[in-house]
Design a binder for this molecule. Structure first.
Ligand SMILES: C[S@@+](CC[C@H](N)C(=O)[O-])C[C@H]1O[C@@H](n2cnc3c(N)ncnc32)[C@H](O)[C@@H]1O
Length: 266
């Protein structure tokens, strides 16, 4: 369908915000679900049918950010992954209906994708929007952003490749700000991205009056795998207390009795 024949029904909204791209006529739909990843390393050109820069989105949720990447970088091969099959189904339908043949989605953890399937030095951009903070104590070990994960990010990125990270969680952000610069050049990006809204969770967080924290890491040309692994071994895992009622400094100091804001007992 050409843009001349488009109608308002071509645009899909979420909380009043349009999803990037337009829904095309069914004959232009494509298949973006990647149901079976290889046992070992991915051969990107054989998956996408072309040699192109690779952009990965870890924990992509319902696909809003991946659609944004697909429009921002039509020349790239784009992969969104999440551990939840249901969100990948939503994301896949959206990309299919927009004819985004340069996008794939798979159900897999971000750590596992990088550790088992991503060839070193092959990825242009790795994005992670609002990694799950995992509030319950027994789930803290599931947090994605760890020193080992950052080592894998650096290994996957090509020289000069970028790691884009965003969260609305102050304690997670404090941890990210402390850790990421140890692995790559890092600058915070207080302003919204120039191409607009990239994340469903961002909309929800803004609606709750929460701040959004954004940053971009760049792989250093002299990155050294052995050195990074050794460094990762010595760094703390993300064991901050995710309770938003805590002051930030309390939240990032583990093992200390939490001090709550305000008066009164729990
Ligand atoms: C707070 S949501 C954010 C979703 C989306 N990026 C956004 O900004 O709207 C966190 C997402 O990460 C997914 N997730 C949690 N742990 C993950 C992991 N280890 N690897 C990949 N995805 C994960 C969850 O299923 C969920 O979809």
């Amino acid at each position: 369908m050409s843009s001349d024949s488009s109608s308002p029904d071509d645009i899909e909204y979420e909380f009043g915000n349009p999803f990037p791209g337009r829904i095309l006529a069914p004959e232009a739909w494509v298949q973006t679900a990647w149901k079976r990843l290889p046992e070992g390393l991915i051969d990107w050109p054989s998956v996408y049918g072309r040699h192109a820069p690779v952009v990965i989105d870890l924990g992509c949720g319902n696909g809003r950010s991946v659609l944004a990447h697909a429009i921002r970088r039509p020349e790239a091969n784009i992969l969104g992954v999440d551990i939840l099959p249901v969100v990948i189904r939503y994301a896949t339908r959206r990309a299919n209906q927009r004819g985004m043949g340069h996008v794939r989605f798979a159900v897999i953890g971000g750590f596992e994708l990088l550790e088992r399937h991503t060839p070193a030095g092959t990825v242009d951009e790795i994005h992670c929007y609002h990694p799950q903070p995992y509030y319950r104590k027994e789930e803290i070990g599931k947090r994605l952003i760890t020193p080992d994960f950052l080592t894998l990010v650096c290994r996957a990125l090509s020289p000069g490749g970028q790691f884009v990270i965003q969260t609305d969680h102050p304690a997670y952000w404090a941890y990210i700000q402390a850790m990421v610069p140890l692995f790559m050049e890092f600058r915070s990006h207080p302003e919204p991205w120039s191409d607009g809204l990239r994340s469903r969770r961002e909309t929800i967080a803004k609606g709750q009056g929460l701040s959004i924290f954004r940053g971009v890491g760049t792989r250093r040309p002299d990155w050294d795998k052995a050195q990074a692994r050794e460094q990762a071994r010595q760094l703390p895992p993300p064991i901050f207390n995710a309770d938003r009622r805590l002051r930030e400094t309390d939240a990032i100091e583990s093992g200390r009795p939490p001090q709550r804001r305000g008066r009164g007992r729990r």
